[in-house]
Structure formats: C-alpha cells, structure tokens
Design a protein around this ligand. Sequence first.
Ligand code: GLU
Length: 298
Amino acid sequence: MTYIGRFAPSPTGSLHIGSLVTAVGSYIHAKQFGGKWVLRIEDIDQIRTAPGATDSILKTLDAYQLEWDGEIRYQSPETKHYIKVAEKLILQGLAFKCSCSRKKLKMVNNDSNAIGIRCQSNCWTEENQLGPTSIRVIADSSNINFVDYLQGIQKCNLFNCMGDYVIVRRDSVPSYHLATVLSDDLQGITTIVRGIDLLELTAIHIHLQQILRLQTPNYLHLPVIVNSKGQKLSKQTGAAPVDNTDTTNIAVKVLNYLGLQAPKELIGSQPKELWNWAIKNWDPKILNNKKQLKIDTL
Ligand code: GLU
C-alpha cells in the first residue's frame, strides 16, 4: 500500500513554530516511507476561519520549501456531503438529533467535565427537540483500542470516555470529527502524523471509521510545543507567527524539536537540504512517549 500522509491545518491564523514542527514531522515521515504528502485546508468552520490565514499558511509552507503532492483540498465545498453522511447514520439508528446545549448536558449528567455524557434519555424524544438540533453519534460500550506509533497502546471505552459525540453542530456545521474522518478517507490517507493534543479524540475518529466502514489509518502523535507556562502554543496563547525570513536557522530549530541535530556542514543550508538530510536520518522513536517540548529549552 502506498503511504499517503497529510498536513491539515485549520485556517484560524498563521502557522506558529508548533504547527511548523507538525508539518515538517508529517512531511519527513511520509517521505521516509517514499510516500506522498498532501495538504488539506480544514476550513469547514467558516466562523473560525480568519481572513488571509490560508494565504499566510501557504506562504510559510512555500518559504520552508515544504512541497505538497497534488492539488490542495479544501473541506468547505464538501459540507453537504458530510451532512448527508450524518443523516444516513440517523436512518441507520446510529446517531440522533439532539437539542441539548453542552451546558444542559453537563447539568443533567451532573458532570463538570461533560465526559461520558449521555443525552438520549434526556433530550432525544420528539418533544424535546425544540430549536436547532445537533447530530450526535450514540456512544455504545465499544472499547476502542489502538496503538499509536509514539504514544503506545491507547484504550478508551467510548461510552465512559467520550459519551454521545457531536458530528453536526447546532449551527449545521459538520464537526471537526466528521469532517476530518471523511476527508482522510476521500484523500486515501494511510498515516496520520499530528500533535498529541488530538490523541484523545482519535478514539472518536476510529469509532466513526468503524461505523462508516472506512479504513483506519496508522496514527503517530507528536509531542506539542508548550510555552514557559506549559500552555500549548496557539493563537489563543499568543504564539507568534513563524518568521518566513530566517528560514535556515528556524529549520535547524524545527529539526531539534524533532530530535535531530543537523550536521555542521548543513548549517546555513536551504530548508529543502535540511529536510532531505532529515528524511534519511529521522527516527521518530527518539520522541517515544514524549508529550511536551518546552519552547525555551532550545
Ligand atoms: N485542523 C486541525 C488543526 O489545525 C488538525 C486536524 C488533524 O490533524 O486531524 O489543529
């Protein structure tokens, strides 16, 4: 089977150093396997999409000479298809319409984390479906177990750890879970390399793949970069956009985060040369079980 990997940023802002590390990690891993690396812009949530963000992401990928294979895929034109899939799950008795807000669910479940939330008994009857409804998949008692290439064995009892999860939001926008699982399938993705912040949600993705009878890809969750307060870098935590002018030095730093020390003779080289060296030399196992990398230690 040909390896197809991907980078799937949401255009909510420019890439920061953490997202660049994920992009490079997924790129060199794919190329090490002689695979393809495709680019998907996860713009399904138009409200969170920031003007100019896609352009900025593409400029950074260009500046860092990260060449994707084939055409860029955008999720937003596929919205109707995703909704149809969700409606089919309702007809199959695997999903249901729900008018509960997260707040209400937390209340009825007496659960401040809203983990393991159960909704059906409270609001899936016709008379309770007032106002806009989301679509939730019924969390059965499946045990979703999988092995992450870096983070090892993962176990989740869907009912206890996730509860009835949303696949279409109350504003009729397909959820990240549904969109990402269907896009990965449409693009024939065989291996997903992404940040560990998404590891927990992978059980939902595998459950969806099972009920939709789709292939489950391999997963590798990279540690995320955190700031001095231990917060994951993000727009919300004030992460700066990647500097597109100092690419040679930053590329060396990115490799350091991935556990690679570029040889002296390559310092000052174009990113492409550094990536080519990394493709030959990267052993992701050096990051085994690592969850976080501190930004200020490098
Ligand atoms: N679009 C997500 C993000 O930017 C990543 C999705 C994924 O890799 O599954 O955080």
